[in-house]
Design a protein around this ligand. Structure first.
Ligand SMILES: N[C@@H](CCC(=O)N[C@@H](CS)C(=O)NCC(=O)O)C(=O)O
Length: 246
C-alpha cells in the first residue's frame, strides 16, 4: 500500500472569527495578526466573518472582541493568546524566533496598543465608519465618539498633524529595520505581523496614506511582509486581502 504524504499540516477543526466591513473588507489589526499567523503555519482553517454587532451573538455572548479561534472545542480570544496557542499546538514553522521571540512579541503588542493604534485610529476613524454596514455604523459612531469625546469627522480632521507623530513613534521599528530585513530573525515572524497588521488595517479602510512615501525603510519592509498576503489573496477576496500600495 502506498504511503500518504501530507505536505501541508491540516487542521480541519480550526475556525477563525474575523471582523468584516462593507465589501468584505477584513480590517481588524488584531485579526490580521492571527490570519498571518495561520498562513505562516500553513494551517488550513475555516473563517467566519462577523461585524461588530454580531460579536455578542457568538458563543452565548462570551466574548466582547475578535479575533476568536476555535480549535475543536477549545476557544481562544485575544490575538497574543492565539499566537501562543498556535505556537504550542503547531510548532513548525515557529512564529516566535529564538528565546526572546515570545516576550518581545508581548512587548510589541502592548506598545502597539498604547503608542501606535491610537494615532492610526485618529487618522482613519471616519473612513472606518464609512466602510461599515449600517448597524455597525450606529454602534461604531456611538462607542468611538464616547471614547474620543468628539464627532468622528472632527477626530479625523486633524490627521495631517498626527502623521508626523506616527512617523516619530515608529522610530524604534525604523531603527531595527535599517539593519535587517525583518524585526526578529531572517524571515517574518509574529513580531513583523503585529506591526504590519497596523498598515493592513489602515490600507483596508482608508485611502489616506498614514506613512510618507519617502519612508523607504518601513515601506520596503512592508513590501517584504506583503508577500505572505500576495501568496494567499484570491481574486474573490476583493478589497479585503490586498497587499499594500506602498
Ligand atoms: N486584546 C485583544 C483586542 C482585540 C480587539 O480590540 N478587537 C476589536 C477589533 S480590532 C474588537 O473586536 N472590538 C469589538 C468592539 O469594539 O465592540 C486582542 O489582541 O485580540
Amino acid at each position: 500500500m502506498g504511503r500518504l504524504t501530507l505536505t501541508r499540516r491540516v487542521a480541519m477543526s480550526l475556525l477563525f472569527y474575523d471582523l468584516v466591513g462593507e465589501d468584505d473588507r477584513r480590517f481588524s489589526p488584531y485579526c490580521w495578526r492571527v490570519r498571518l499567523a495561520l498562513w505562516h503555519k500553513g494551517l488550513v482553517f475555516e473563517e467566519h466573518a462577523v461585524r461588530f454587532t454580531d460579536i455578542p451573538q457568538l458563543y452565548g455572548g462570551r466574548f466582547r472582541t475578535v479575533p476568536i479561534l476555535a480549535d475543536g472545542k477549545l476557544l481562544i480570544n485575544d490575538s497574543m493568546a492565539i499566537a501562543r496557542y498556535l505556537e504550542s499546538a503547531y510548532p513548525n514553522p515557529p512564529l516566535f524566533e529564538g528565546g526572546f521571540g515570545e516576550p518581545a512579541c508581548q512587548f510589541l503588542t502592548d506598545w502597539c496598543a498604547t503608542e501606535i493604534h491610537p494615532l492610526v485610529a485618529k487618522m482613519i476613524a471616519h473612513d472606518i465608519f464609512t466602510r461599515l454596514s449600517d448597524d455597525d455604523q450606529v454602534y461604531f459612531r456611538s462607542t468611538r465618539e464616547k471614547r474620543f469625546g468628539m464627532p468622528l469627522e472632527d477626530v479625523q480632521a486633524g490627521r495631517d498633524l498626527i502623521r508626523p507623530q506616527l512617523a516619530a513613534a515608529l522610530s524604534p521599528v525604523r531603527g531595527l529595520l535599517a539593519h535587517r530585513d525583518f524585526l526578529i530573525g531572517r524571515a517574518p515572524t509574529f513580531a513583523d505581523y503585529i506591526i504590519f497588521s497596523v498598515f493592513q488595517w489602515a490600507e483596508t479602510m482608508s485611502d489616506y496614506s498614514i506613512l510618507d512615501d519617502s519612508d523607504g525603510v518601513i515601506n520596503n519592509w512592508r513590501r517584504r511582509c506583503a508577500s505572505l498576503v500576495d501568496a494567499h489573496a484570491t481574486p474573490s477576496a476583493g478589497a479585503a486581502l490586498q497587499s499594500p500600495r506602498a
